[in-house]
Structures are given as C-alpha cells and as structure tokens.
Design a protein around this ligand. Sequence first.
Ligand code: BTN
Length: 261
Amino acid sequence: MENSNFSDDCEIKLKTKKSLKICKILKYYKELDSTQIAAKKLANENFEEGIIIVAEEQNKGYGRTEKIWNSNSGGLWFSMLLRPTIHPSESSKLALILSIALNRILEKKYKIHSEIKWPNDILIREKKIAGIIIEMSTKRNIINWIVAGIGININNNLPEYLVDTAISLNKILNAKVDRSYFLSEFLIIFEDLYFDFQKNGFKQFFTEYNDKIAYKNKQIIVDDGYNTIIGKNLGIDIDGMLIVRTDNKLERITSGTVRLL
Ligand code: BTN
C-alpha cells in the first residue's frame, strides 16, 4: 500500500472506546482512486479482517454495475475488509444487513425515516443518501475475502446531475454532520449484526428489512441486466430475493436495479 498520500491529520477517526473486531485499523487518506481498490489490495496481501479504509475524496470511486460514484470532499467513503465464515452464496445478504445497519443509525441516532431500495440503496424522501457495494474473492467455495464499500452523502455538495435523485444528510438536518461520530456509531451497530448473522443466519433480519423496503406493494420495474420485470413489489423472501408479482406469476429476483413504475 502506498503511504505517500496517507494522512495522519485524520478528519475522520473512530470516536468510541469500544474495541471493534471489524475495525482494528482505520486508515484515512486525503485522496485515493477508490477505497475499494485499496482494501482489495490489502485483502490480496492477506491482511486480517478488521481494516477500514476511508478517503476524503476518491477520483475513481465506483458503485454497483461499475457506475461512477461521485465522491467529492465532505462525504463518508469507506471500505471494510471482512472474512466472514459464511457460504459464498450468503454474501449478498451481507449487503442487506449493511442496509439495515444504515437504516438503524439514521432512525435511531438522527431520527430520520429512511427506506431501503432493494437490494441496498438507502433512500430518504425517495432520494439516495447511501449506496453499498460488495466484492468478494472465493477459493474452493470458501470466502477468501469480502470488501464492503459504503458511500454516504453526509456533508458533500452534490453535482447538478444528481440533485434530483440524491441527497446529503446535512441538507436534511440543516447542519454539518460529524462524520467520525456517524462512522463510529455505524460500526458499533454493524458489528453486532455481522456476528449475529454469521451465527444465526439471515432469518432474524427478514422482517425488519421488509418493514423498511421502499415501494412495497407498488408497481416497479426491475432490470436484472438481461430482462426487465414489471410487477408489484412484494418485498424479499427469507433468502433475500425480491419477489415481484407480474401479470401471470411470481418472480424471484436475485439481483437488479429497481425503479418505481
Ligand atoms: C452503489 O450504490 O452503487 C454503491 C456505491 C458504493 C460507493 C462506495 S464509496 C466507498 C467505496 N469506494 C468505492 O469506490 N465505492 C464504494
């Protein structure tokens, strides 16, 4: 890992006395290409679970489906190196759990109502405040590493092309938000969910996720990369798949992008 742009003058740091297994080391950079790229490099160098990379700005931040992720200064852009003991087929549920953790912090700590647009976009007033990406490497059907990247619009100004679809937390609260506090509280919440999920599975989170799902019982369009499915959003099943009632059947969707019809 290059240290040239590593900054000791950390704008974002942990603000908790709790020792967190998922955050033994937090590295803050003023600028990176992408925290995902940096964390995946460490993952491939066999670093342990528990490293978090945060960047003030990313010049090659990316999201799901390789979309550019606008990452200018003021947001919270970070990636976590995880090595969960779950089957690779369970990894997509981790993104659902990360969504629950984000939803909980917004509701519990900031008293803001948020929704989860399946699988893992966080919406406030129907605008996107946060997104999650999960990247994984497996070896003989065992997870070698997962790098979970999270981008939250906190104090960043959004470019013109995003203002209709995205929103920052400071605009909602009408005040600058302490990103270190947000990150620390998020990690405290997520750590519990993460270990609970590995021990007891996803079932326990299923109802909470469905309570928070956006566009429930509404007509939606889902683009799964190959097909477009139109129908009523019935929420997720116990495996985290989205159930859509089309004209003639129930579709179970594993991945895709949801829009309101
Ligand atoms: C999405 O909604 O498509 C997921 C967006 C994920 C963005 C975060 S910002 C931190 C990390 N680094 C990246 O390059 N992407 C993720």
